[in-house]
Design a protein around this ligand. Structure first.
Ligand code: ATR
Length: 293
């Protein structure tokens, strides 16, 4: 790579002796869009930062955390499979991340590491900005009760919905999730055979399962004719950008909301925790979208 390529910001930002390092860890990690998104955010705001992807296998997690402190890495995003295991290395864990039981963002304040979870709040910010600004009083149906669902249910519970219903193939998992956050909102669990009735009552229906994800793009978690045409259909999947669930729901007259926004805004919150500045979300989205075509 030439010096001029760096100066032009083609592969990253201008790097000098003041540059602050950031990154994402995962196993695997080479597919991650976070580096292009975050380096665009640094360029856009003029912050002298550089963001890298680090392939960290589970056995190297402790060494990496020592490296965060030794190298003064200011911020780290944490992805699969480390979101739980990283927690024991934190000096402090934010209340939301504690409740969710997973950390996806680390802030390093002079060696003191704080863990946050921006997935759920990122999703909710995206839903409000892109599809439904007012969640208070809404009936929300969440399909799936895995790790992603957990963060989202926690964040939705803080928005004063009239109720949250969690449907899952194995109902015990939905019941367990509902139980965790029952003190925060009116939350109930149902099995998938009750989905049709629940869809008929819901203002917002969110797919948090992997059903419909590439390469199984013909699959869909529900029959969208069950939805109210006034409902919002939302999918966490962003590959494809429009799942069969969303395409069908759109045909049915529903407003639709794809999963890319969750990715953008989980990163936007991380950027804001690290830098104290508003994230340039539109530019971040533009860069990620360009990389997908
Ligand atoms: P994530 O962290 O992405 O949420 P996960 O914890 O493995 O991943 O959860 C996947 C969710 O998708 C679960 O709710 C799972 O249902 P079960 O708890 O019954 O396993 C759901 N899921 C995955 N494949 C599914 C399928 N083919 N049909 C219905 N639900 C499915």
């Amino acid at each position: 790579m030439t010096v001029s390529a760096l100066d032009n910001g083609i592969t990253g930002n201008r790097i000098d002796s003041q540059t602050v390092l950031y990154g994402v860890i995962g196993d695997p990690v080479r597919h991650s869009k976070s580096p292009i998104m975050m380096n665009r955010a640094f360029r856009e705001t003029g912050i002298n930062g550089a963001y890298m992807a680090f392939h960290i296998t589970p056995g190297k997690l402790g060494q990496f955390v020592a490296g965060i402190r030794a190298m003064g890495i200011r911020g780290v995003n944490v992805t699969i499979p480390h979101k739980l295991d990283i927690m024991k290395y934190m000096d402090e864990i934010d209340a939301g991340a504690q409740a969710i039981g997973a950390v996806n963002t680390i802030v390093n304040d002079n060696g003191r590491l704080t863990g946050y979870n921006t997935d759920g709040i990122g999703y909710v910010r995206s839903l409000k900005e892109e599809a439904e600004p007012e969640l208070a009083g809404k009936r929300i149906l969440v399909i799936g009760a895995g790790g992603a669902s957990r963060g989202i249910v926690y964040a939705l519970a803080g928005e004063q919905p009239s109720g949250i219903t969690i449907a899952n193939r194995s109902v015990e998992r939905a019941e367990e999730l509902a139980q965790s956050f029952r003190s925060l909102a009116d939350i109930r669990a149902i099995a998938n055979d009750e989905l049709q009735a629940a869809c008929g009552e819901a203002d917002i229906v969110i797919n948090t399962t992997s059903v419909g994800m590439h390469p199984h793009t013909d699959a869909t978690p529900i029959d969208t004719s069950w939805l109210k045409p006034s409902a919002v259909a939302s999918d966490l999947i962003y590959n494809p950008l429009r799942t069969k669930f969303l395409l069908d729901a759109e045909q049915h007259g529903c407003r639709v909301h794809g999963g890319l926004g969750m990715f953008i805004y989980q990163g936007a919150y991380a950027f804001e925790y690290w830098t104290g500045q508003p994230a340039p979300a539109a530019a971040m989205r533009e860069t990620v979208l360009q990389s997908l075509v």
